[in-house]
Ligand binder design. Structure first.
Ligand code: SGN
Ligand code: CA
Length: 567
């Protein structure tokens, strides 16, 4: 028998020892070779309401910690500014026209391949807590507890993977966090890397905050945005949109004037079911919770009753803006506190170093800019979305990037970081070159946008667009039919259309070319747009589109039916 020389045996043994020692160490530090991923996303969280961007409105010290440890993106955007489509794009790495989830109406097509499925297959432990809004359950998750549809702020119900439907007492943002922490503490398997999706419902409309913040926030006053009284001159799509604070916002559910107060003041429901929507939330509260709610909101209503008859229309608009900001930002206060709880846990358990932590929103939101709430448009406040990413050792702490990254890029970013093959039909780009400041390997001059949900609540017309750092070229189609050219540098408040201005002829030409090129590359076309209209209109006609009012619906149905007859 041939014996191994002793030095080889020794080397093998030493090698083995150091390998197992490394494994032990990794286990201790949570630093396996593959990074963990903690994807934190809120619903409708405007970057204007994160102090890492600016602190005019609120301090968010915990969310800001992620930017301090890593990178803040000032030009991150979505491909379609609405909830479920954004989530579908994040999970599939594909534009809406390819993953099929173009609006909040039809369910997500679960034959799509998503990045969590691929990570799970590659050995990741996966979990999701909070809002998904898909009309079906997520695939590729070892554990999930999700809200049905939009979910409720108070004492919410959850659909769970293992316990069926449950109701949990308390405030939704706290509960989603409790579930997340419990999973980290009790279910996380130390030997495996993990991918956790921690998805808040807040600050989604109708902006119900936790009881502990009501006294403080209902007494705050906020600075008004410059365009609170926008007249939409020369901007037809903006003009017909129904998301004005002074006009489309509900007195009851949104501004928290009780239905009896509305009656007393003779205030009409400005949106259908306004009073009922208020009661739906209010009646979920138990008697103690109701008492806390009333202690904060009854005085607000009483004061309004007193002041109302002497208020000018402008003062009423300003009051509604303040009420909106108080409630919206109140919900964000809990998000920030709870993000802090999760970061504290990760820190205390050595899970920061080898973890990619993302904070983002499913899209941005109007906080009074253009006189609006809601989103959907490709104008900055809803097209852009907050994005903060930390990954110590790989990302320079405190760095800022203005690169044009999109929610389309998350899937490939995570797959590359996890060293898992990226399916060829994914349409984004890994953001790793940007995150690691390797910009030679990053070249993106323009991004593509396409919004579909119309006729629908808020009456935002269908539009697609190309966006560069300097300009936007937008085409509204189907109902309104015209182009807009926005000069982002000269007109950052986006109140002018330069499309027919001869001074922009060359820019316009170049933007059209870029738009055509992107549409071709991504596989979008007029034929596809028409197909989506033809799929959507029968649903709209049957009343399957939530919140759309007859004055919006009927003329478009008629137009579409005429169009079909001519074909
Ligand atoms: C609800 C809201 C809308 C909002 C959509 C979509 N109305 O329908 O204001 O645009 O959700 O939001 S409400 O009367 O029910 O509050 S999304 O984030 O889910 O896309
Ligand atoms: Ca949303």
């Amino acid at each position: 028998m041939k014996l191994f020389p002793v030095y080889i045996l020794l080397a093998l043994l030493l090698g083995f020892c150091s390998e197992s020692k490394k494994k032990d160490l990794e286990k201790k530090n949570g630093t396996t070779e593959k990074p963990n991923i903690v994807f934190i996303m809120s619903d409708d969280h405007a970057y204007q309401a994160i102090s890492a961007y600016n602190n005019n409105l609120i301090e968010t010290p915990n969310i800001d910690r992620i930017a301090k440890m890593g990178m803040l993106f000032t030009n991150a955007s979505v491909t379609n500014s609405i909830c479920a489509p954004s989530r579908a794009t994040i999970l599939t790495g594909k534009h809406s026209h390819l993953n099929g989830k173009i609006d909040n109406v039809s369910p997500f097509d679960t034959t799509n391949v998503t990045f969590p499925q691929l990570l799970q297959k590659a050995g990741y432990q996966t979990a999701m807590f909070g809002k998904l809004h898909f009309g079906n359950n997520p695939k590729g998750f070892d554990q999930f507890k999700i809200l049905p549809g939009q979910g409720s702020y108070y004492n919410p119900d959850f659909i769970t993977k293992n316990e069926g439907e449950i109701q949990v007492q308390g405030y939704v943002t706290d509960i989603i966090t409790d579930m997340t922490l419990e999973w980290l503490k009790k279910e996380r398997v130390e030997e495996k890397p993990f991918m956790l999706m921690y998805l808040h419902k807040a600050p989604h409309r109708s902006w119900y905050m936790a009881e502990r913040h009501m006294q403080e926030f209902t007494n705050k006053t906020f600075e008004e945005p410059e365009t609170l009284f926008d007249d939409y001159e020369g901007m037809p799509a903006a003009k017909v949109a129904e998301m004005r604070i002074n006009g489309d916002m509900g007195w009851a559910a949104d501004s928290k004037l009780y239905p009896d107060v509305m009656d007393k003041l003779g205030l009409k429901e400005q949106i259908g079911f306004d009073k009922r929507r208020f009661s739906n939330s209010y009646e979920r509260l138990d008697s103690t919770q109701k008492a806390n709610f009333d202690a904060a909101y009854r005085p607000v209503a009483e004061k309004f009753i007193n002041d109302f008859s002497n208020m000018t229309e402008k003062e009423i608009a300003q009051w509604r803006y303040q009420r909106y900001m108080q409630d919206y930002l109140g919900t964000i206060k809990s998000v920030d506190e709870n993000v802090g709880r999760v970061l504290d846990y990760l820190e205390a358990n050595n899970l920061i170093e080898n973890t990619i932590i993302v904070y983002t929103s499913d899209q941005g939101f109007y906080l009074g800019e253009h006189g609006w709430f809601d989103k959907r448009f490709v104008y900055d406040e809803s097209f852009k979305t907050p994005l903060l990413v930390s990954w110590p050792n790989r990302i320079q702490p405190g760095s800022v990037s203005d690169e044009l990254v999109q929610n389309l890029d998350f899937a490939q970013t995570f797959l590359e970081a996890a060293k898992v093959e990226q399916p060829e039909d994914m349409q984004g780009k890994s953001m790793l070159p940007v995150l690691t400041n390797d910009l030679e390997n990053w070249n993106r001059e323009a991004v593509y946008y396409h919004y579909y949900e119309h006729p629908s609540e808020h009456n935002v017309n269908r539009h697609y667009a190309v966006v560069t750092k300097d300009y936007k070229l937008i085409h509204y189609y189907f109902d309104l039919d015209y182009w807009e050219l926005i000069d982002r540098k000269k007109d950052p408040l986006e109140q002018h259309n330069y499309y027919d201005d001869p001074a922009y002829a060359t820019v316009k030409e170049a933007l059209h070319q870029k738009l055509n090129q992107l549409r071709e590359e991504y596989g979008d076309s007029n034929a596809l747009s028409q197909q989506y209209i033809d799929d959507f209109m029968p649903l709209a006609k049957e009343g399957k589109v939530w919140g759309v009012e007859d004055h919006i619906l009927e003329p478009i149905v008629e137009k579409w039916e005429n169009m079909k007859q001519k074909q």
